[in-house]
Design a protein around this ligand. Structure first.
Ligand code: KG4
Ligand code: ZN
Length: 362
């Protein structure tokens, strides 16, 4: 069947088209995966402005759809699309409504069913995509692949959650952030250091240039809640500690490029240490067969590598599933794939009322 996915939960407008088949061993082919990023628009404000983001989604969504409709001739022949999957939450309320209203209208025009998708579940599912042969064909690792129970860490600009995945569709939140999300922490510190928006990739780039052996700076920041017994996180304390340390340095001398590299490396390491420590602990306690990662922060190469090493060292038989880098940040492919899995789960019963829930839980 042909599925159209729509994503507008934050500052990325995405539309994807996939061909999906099989229920026990689902196979996916990506026919199109378009994304219109608003990074340039929000860069001057140092963060996402919901109403500006909403306006951009309203502008970009029809443009992306037009491109796709032309290519696949959707509008010439109704019923060519079998399913429309749309993100209904969590996310920014005005942005989510743009996607949901667009999807509803489209579903009517194309005589197609609509599937509501939880954005966090979509980030989880992106880690289950296993490439087969080329870059556009995937199988979905599901119950038959001996990977559940899994512990999944979803880390993005809006969320930091540790989730026990009993199977696709059955989740338990083990812990989450009590204040800022990890990506938000990167974004705020990135802005403070004058590195622009989004802070995560910019901090990664600076951290990569840091050479501890030759640097005269040795910065030490806290690892909040790392040794507490629960699975919750807190990143606002790290942000404040970074801010004070930076201000102190700035009052002595103008913070040099060298100092910024050292600060970026320490911030990145502090976040990685906390994320790895809690995830490994949860995997041990819940006897996870797999550790999965998802969300924008997982695009961080150092995080991916350090996780891999730690799992190899401490949990030798535990599988490690991470999305390809390009599918870590928000995209509509993960929405289309999740929509297909939800449709398999629910059968033809369908969904009656589809509405936005900005605080939707998994
Ligand atoms: O999943 P995502 O695209 O959107 C949300 O659902 O929030 O995640 C965006 C977040 C931003 O905070 C961004 O700074 C962070 O992911 N991010 C990174 C990297 N790439 C994106 N953080 C660290 N390293 C990266 N390479
Ligand atoms: Zn996201």
């Amino acid at each position: 069947m042909i599925i159209l996915g729509i994503e507008t939960s934050c500052d990325d407008t995405g539309i994807a088209v996939i061909r999906a088949q099989g229920k026990k061993n689902p196979k996916i082919e990506i026919l199109s995966n378009l994304l219109s990023s608003q990074i340039k628009i929000h860069q001057k404000y140092g963060g996402v402005y919901p109403f500006l983001a909403k306006r951009e989604h309203q502008k970009n969504l029809p443009v992306l759809f037009e491109k796709i409709a032309k290519r696949f001739k959707f509008l010439d022949k109704p019923k060519k699309v079998d399913l429309i999957a749309v993100t209904i939450g969590p996310g920014l309320d005005p942005c989510l409504w743009v996607g949901v209203n667009f999807a509803k209208k489209l579903a009517k025009e194309l005589h197609t069913s609509l599937v509501p998708v939880n954005h966090i579940e979509a980030h989880i599912v992106s880690g289950l995509l296993k490439r087969i042969r080329n870059n556009s064909k995937f199988s979905i690792l599901n119950s038959g692949h001996d990977i559940f129970p899994a512990v999944c860490l979803v880390v993005s600009g809006g969320h930091t959650q540790l989730i026990l995945v009993k199977k696709i569709g059955k989740y338990k939140i083990l812990g989450e952030t009590r204040d800022d999300a990890a990506g938000e922490c990167f974004d705020k510190i990135g802005r403070m250091l004058g590195l622009g928006y989004p802070g995560g990739p910019a901090i990664e780039k600076e951290a990569l240039k840091f050479k501890p052996e030759s640097s005269r700076f040795k910065i030490s920041l806290p690892r909040p809640m790392m040794n507490q017994k629960n699975y919750d996180f807190s990143f606002s304390g790290l942000k404040t500690a970074a801010l004070y340390t930076y201000k102190k340095e700035k009052s002595r001398i103008k913070a040099s490029k060298e100092y910024i590299k050292a600060m970026a490396a320490e911030v990145q390491q502090a976040v990685i240490d906390v994320l790895i420590s809690k995830t490994i602990k949860a995997a041990k306690e819940f006897k996870a067969k797999t550790i999965m990662l998802g969300g924008g922060v997982v695009a961080n190469k150092e995080l991916r590598t350090q996780f891999r090493k730690k799992i190899k060292k401490e949990l030798l038989n535990v599988k490690y599933l991470i999305p390809q880098k390009k599918y870590c940040t928000d995209n509509a492919l993960m929405v289309a794939v999740t929509g297909y899995l939800k449709w398999i789960e629910r059968g033809k019963r369908g969904w009656k009322k589809i509405k936005v829930n900005a605080n939707l839980k998994i």
